[in-house]
Design a protein around this ligand. Structure first.
Ligand code: FES
Ligand code: FES
Length: 199
């Protein structure tokens, strides 16, 4: 894009919208004790999870993945579906604090566990997580499709203690593909956030 300021403003806006969507989702989550059934098929499994710090229960078919449950039943579309076969990292979420590919995880196996999506990273007052802020400040995305997964994965990467150098970050973030090749900026963002989180 020819005007860097305009592009930066656009990126800030889209991320702010992501945060607002997350806040809205959290708000609606608190009002729902039992969520709607899967739109297709006969629900035959009940799964209860702590989703972004809120207790949620879902009735669904046994075949439903965590990714589809999040996007289609929980109303949390921030987690993206890329390859849907465990190869791109767009669907990365935290399960009991550890990063996983939600497309490769059956929702039923998450019963009784804690799931954190990109919508759950910002504070309740909308203050962005240090990793989210760093991605904005480092211009660490272009189309943004991989960004939710990159951000969630970066949070785990830092918490795991795998952000000690550019090489280490590149290695431990290698499960998250960016087709726009924003890798230098992503690494810079992880380094910035790690400095803040570890300081
Ligand atoms: S959508 Fe899950 S790894 Fe690509
Ligand atoms: S910003 Fe476009 S795929 Fe990563």
């Amino acid at each position: 894009m020819s005007d860097g300021i305009d592009r930066r403003s656009m990126l800030k806006g889209s991320t702010a919208a992501l945060g607002a969507a997350g806040a809205a989702a959290l708000g609606s989550a608190s009002a729902q004790a039992q969520d709607v059934a899967s739109p297709s098929g006969t629900p035959n499994v009940n799964t209860s999870i702590t989703l972004n710090s809120t207790s949620r229960s879902f009735a669904h078919e046994a075949r439903v993945t965590l990714l589809d449950l999040l996007r289609e039943q929980a109303g949390l579309p921030g987690t993206k579906k890329g390859c849907n076969e465990g190869a791109c990292g767009a669907c990365t979420v935290l399960l009991d604090g550890e990063r996983i590919n939600a497309c490769m995880t059956l929702a039923a196996t998450c019963d009784g566990r804690s799931v954190t999506t990109v919508e759950g990273l910002a504070a309740a007052d909308g203050t962005l997580h240090p990793v989210q802020r760093a991605f904005i400040e480092q211009d660490a995305f272009q189309c943004g499709y991989c960004t939710s997964g990159q951000v969630v994965s970066a949070v785990a990467c830092i918490n795991e203690g795998h952000a000690g150098s550019e090489e280490e970050i590149a290695e431990w973030m290698s499960g998250n593909i960016c087709r726009c090749a924003s890798y230098p900026q992503i690494i810079a963002a992880v380094q910035q956030a790690a400095t803040e989180m570890e300081g």
